[in-house]
Write a protein of this length. Structure first.
Ligand code: KG4
Ligand code: ZN
Length: 339
């Protein structure tokens, strides 16, 4: 079964074709970073307009790259939420219209389920059950995963998401949007000098709170001359604080659930220092860790095609309604067995 995947929830227009036995066939992505850069963040209306311009040409490109005809496509998966409403509607309306024209089923996929299942696209995929750490621009969640659609939330951020904390801290350090990868680059030039807290690790529980790290960044910045080295040292301290906090909470989640598999996904999971910290922790716990390849950590069409393909295979489809939900708790998703 060939499934076309469409992702348009935020600032990336991404399309892929996944085959349920042959695997990933083709994928492509257009990043809107140049559009939003001068505003220092995503401008929702510009995002929607750019998705409208780019989506259909990208679909044509991917279908051609896959050496397929539209009539070969058996189903369409699109990101139905959470995300920016206008941006989601572009993907939803396009997917629904194509599915109607091609007389095939379409399904709205949860963006974070897409991230969670991205490691399934790799050669050595994780087996259920596992603990998933989802760290993106909008979410920080620890989830006990028993199967597709069987998600039990163990803990989440009470304020800023991990990616949001990276982006806001990067802005304070004078780095351009999107700040996460730039902050990581700057941190690689820094050294141990400032000590930032590991928020909420001194009490039991699996909740996160990253917003306090902004105050630490601001105070540290004001205590220096704000030279390039000062900023690199602050970036270093911030990054280590996030990495150690995530690692402490993941260790707790593994111990609490008595599971031995950790899956880490979402844009922030591309961060090498965070990967290294988590890797070291699971080794000590005699557990295993799985990440998507770096390009599938951040938003992409392949993860949506994969997640949708599993639901379509299980016979799940939706009616002709153009379904998009800017807010959508993962625990509301159907299990694969519930048809
Ligand atoms: O998953 P994603 O592409 O989009 C959302 O669903 O939000 O995640 C984007 C987030 C942004 O906050 C970005 O700064 C962060 O992931 N990010 C990183 C890195 N690459 C992307 N944060 C830290 N280090 C990175 N290497
Ligand atoms: Zn995402």
């Amino acid at each position: 079964m060939y499934v076309l995947g469409i992702e348009s929830s935020c600032d990336e227009t991404a399309v892929a074709v996944y085959h349920t036995t042959k695997g990933l066939i083709a994928h492509t992505l257009y990043s809107q970073i140049p559009t939003h850069k001068e505003y220092g963040g995503v401008v929702p209306e510009l995002a929607s307009r750019d998705h409208i311009r780019k989506l259909v040409p990208l679909i044509k490109t991917v279908v051609a790259d896959a050496q397929l005809n539209p009539s070969d496509i058996d189903g369409i998966a699109y990101t139905a939420g959470p995300g920016l409403m206008g941006a989601l509607l572009v993907g939803a309306a396009t997917a629904r219209s194509l599915a109607w024209a091609w007389q095939i089923p379409a399904i709205g996929v949860h963006h974070m389920e897409g991230h969670l299942l991205a490691p399934m696209l790799e050669d050595n995929p994780p087996a259920f059950p596992f603990v998933a750490l989802l760290i993106s621009g909008g979410h920080t969640m620890l989830i006990e995963v028993r199967g597709i659609g069987e998600y039990h939330l163990l803990g989440e951020s009470l304020d800023d998401a991990a990616g949001e904390a990276f982006d806001k801290t990067a802005k304070m350090l004078g780095l351009e949007y999107p700040g996460g990868p730039k902050l990581a680059e700057l941190a690689s030039l820094g050294q141990e000098r400032f000590k930032f807290p590991r928020p909420m690790t001194d009490r039991p529980g699996l909740e996160f709170s990253f917003s306090g790290l902004k105050t630490f960044t601001m105070n540290a910045l004001h205590a220096t001359e704000q030279s390039p080295q000062d900023k690199a040292d602050i970036a270093f301290a911030f990054q280590i604080a996030v990495a150690e906090t995530l690692s402490i909470k993941c260790k707790r989640a593994l111990q609490q659930t008595q599971l031995k598999t950790l899956v880490v996904a979402g844009g922030v999971s591309a961060n090498l220092v965070i990967r290294q910290h988590l890797q070291k922790m699971v080794e000590k716990e005699a557990a295993q860790i799985y990440f998507p390849r770096p390009e599938f950590c951040t938003d992409n069409g392949a993860m949506i095609a994969y997640a949708g393909s599993q639901r379509l295979l299980a016979g799940q489809t939706q009616n002709l309604e153009i379904f998009a939900r800017p807010r959508w708790p993962m625990e509301q998703l159907l299990s694969l067995c519930s048809g």
